[in-house]
Design a protein around this ligand. Structure first.
Ligand code: MLT
Length: 302
């Protein structure tokens, strides 16, 4: 009998796959396998019984990978399982960055139940004018499952899409999406694009990639979308760039007290993959990975 602990809510459609060989336990310290979404495991003592951790999501920065490697604990993630959910949210964010929807909605709510609201709107709405995305340049950093879906959707919105991926060659990337203008250097994205969206894992080499030096080469009024990880951005440098007008809007999926409330920042409470479909897909993939490993010793990240 294998004992499984869920550190976060995991969709039933996944949990229902566990056979009688598995028992769900409340205590992390008793577990042979752990399912996790966003909780951090860094500060937890890893129990001796633990053989596998599956993250129902793409990023694994909430898991102590080095400690797991030392201890022989296998770590899985579910690449691609929530990519469509994140893509749809990124497209919403793109439009939110281009049009002053959030400013307009906040303003109209502040009018309360004023009977003159329609007249007030006519007087004030020019303050909330925006731009269209058609014909604008979008830089997609990271051409994994989500990045490619975002690039395809943006192409359908008639944007000019530039792509960069540090891990795949331009030739390989070109096969993924022929309409993407594949760039060899990240700098080209920074220099050329009106909108930049980032879809790469957090690592020592990507941490802080949005900083005063990279902002300096970007177009004035660039709009940045971050659905990857908060610390890809240096907060003080982002605040400076927003104040100077270098960055017009920063839409982030990561609540961060340093930037929350700064003009131009639109914070979404980490909802990129929060759809029933994405949660179901991640749960099914994560549970299958655990079962295949516990029963057959197979290690498959798909
Ligand atoms: C991910 O890594 O896939 C995202 O953080 C989505 C999530 O789990 O909410």
């Amino acid at each position: 009998m294998f004992k499984v602990n869920c550190l976060n809510k995991i969709a039933n459609v996944g949990l229902d796959l566990f056979t009688d060989n598995y028992q769900m336990v409340d205590n992390f310290n008793d577990a042979n396998a752990v399912l996790v979404r966003s909780s951090s495991i860094h500060d937890l003592e890893l129990p001796h019984s633990l053989d596998a951790i599956a993250r129902a999501g793409a990023g694994v920065n909430n898991i102590p990978l080095d400690k797991c490697a030392e201890r022989g604990i296998v770590v899985f993630n579910t690449p691609g399982a929530n990519a469509n959910g994140v893509k749809e949210m990124v497209i919403a964010a793109l439009i939110i960055a281009a049009r002053n929807i959030v400013g307009g909605v906040n303003w109209v709510n502040s009018c309360g139940a004023d009977p003159e609201v329609a007249k007030l709107v006519e007087k004030n709405k020019s303050k909330f004018s925006g731009t269209e995305v058609k014909g604008k340049k979008l830089g997609v950093i990271g051409l994994g499952a989500t990045g490619v879906l975002v690039a395809n959707a943006a192409n359908k919105l008639e944007m000019e899409v530039y792509g960069y991926d540090p891990f795949i060659s331009v030739d390989a990337a070109w096969k993924l999406s022929k309409f993407i203008k594949h760039t060899k250097a990240l700098e080209e994205i920074f220099r050329n694009c009106d909108f930049i969206t980032v879809h790469i894992p957090l690592s020592d080499s990507t941490k802080g990639m949005f900083n005063k030096d990279t902002f300096a080469i970007m177009k004035d009024g660039v709009k940045i979308l971050n659905f990857s990880r908060d610390t890809l951005v240096i907060d003080e440098d982002m605040i400076e760039a927003l104040k100077s007008g270098k960055v017009h809007r920063y839409v982030t999926d990561f609540p961060n007290p340093n930037v929350c409330g700064v003009e131009g920042v639109i914070t979404i409470p980490h909802l990129g993959a929060s759809t029933s479909e994405s949660e179901d897909n991640c749960a099914v993939m994560a549970v299958r990975q655990i079962m295949d490993y516990m029963e057959n010793g197979n290690i498959k990240n798909s």
